[in-house]
Design a protein around this ligand. Structure first.
Ligand code: GLP
Length: 264
């Protein structure tokens, strides 16, 4: 695993956006096949989306040949609901770039047959040739997408019941009213994320420091699903200084040193 420790969340966003743009361009040089990008919602990736939009408007990157798959969606919120992940993605990213509408995939939390929708989502990912780069965030309890603690590390797209902790944390987007937060969601599995050719997780702020430390330093385990990144051949965790706060000094020094040498 690579662990990139940047000074602040602006630099995390810049690193992540640079990385995505580099990968899109690398693939375009080799093939006409679309670049397949996995995407998260949440407050953490917002600055990365802003940076990608800025770079797109500056003519540095096009998303015309990019297919996206979002990680998750609440069950029971219509697409135009202010807190649906469909709405979030449209407002914060898709309506500002040149991605064709038909290239955007987000799990359907309103499907009549949600289980079938989950199978189809996995099939669509396979048909697109698999995900080239999956970007994600992490919950305070170490969950990736909505793979709550004790999710199988082999899990696929499915319905998950959200924990009280996640509902409480996410209620900030619902006016602080926990009763308004859906109790279930459709989420890609840990296995779905780990099948991507590359996985890049972002974590910023002191609230994520425990999840980062458990994810990097604990043996891989299903309590902190972020720890599955340890087993990925191309896993990269990009964090800011506050999110590094619970790492051992030796871990911190090791990764700082390695990345400094990477730049040489
Ligand atoms: C939700 C999402 C996750 C996200 C997490 C952290 O639970 N399902 O994909 O990583 O929140 O969100 P934030 O970046 O707002 O801290």
């Amino acid at each position: 695993m690579r662990l990139i420790i940047e000074d602040n969340s602006d630099l995390v966003a810049k690193w992540a956006a640079d990385h995505i743009i580099t990968r899109i361009k690398e693939k375009a040089e080799k093939t006409d096949r679309p670049f397949v990008l996995g995407l998260p919602t949440g407050s953490t990736p917002l600055k990365t989306y802003q940076e990608l939009i800025r770079r797109h408007k500056a003519g540095e990157v096009s998303f015309r040949n990019v297919i996206t798959f979002n990680m998750d969606e609440y069950i029971g919120l219509p697409e135009d609901h202010e807190q649906s992940y469909h709405h979030f993605m449209k407002e914060n990213f898709f309506s500002h770039i040149d991605i064709p509408q038909e290239n955007v995939n987000i799990p359907d939390g309103m499907a009549e047959d949600v289980e079938k929708g989950c199978e189809e989502y996995e099939r669509k990912i396979r048909e697109a040739g698999g995900i080239d780069l999956f970007m994600g965030g992490v919950g305070e309890d170490g969950h990736i997408a909505f793979n709550e603690p004790f999710s199988s590390l082999q899990s696929r797209t499915r319905v998950k019941t959200l924990t009280e902790d996640t509902i409480l944390v996410n209620s900030r987007f619902f006016g602080g009213d926990v009763s308004k937060v859906p109790s279930t969601a459709v989420t890609v599995g840990v296995g779905t994320i780990m099948d991507a050719k590359e996985v890049m997780i972002l974590a910023t702020g002191i609230k994520k420091s425990r999840a980062v430390a458990e994810g990097v330093e604990s043996p891989m385990n299903h309590k902190w699903t972020i720890s599955a990144l340890q087993n990925h051949p191309h896993g990269v965790l990009v964090i800011d200084e506050p999110a590094a706060g619970d790492l051992r000094v030796s871990t911190y020094k090791y990764f700082k040193d390695i990345e400094k040498k990477n730049l040489l």
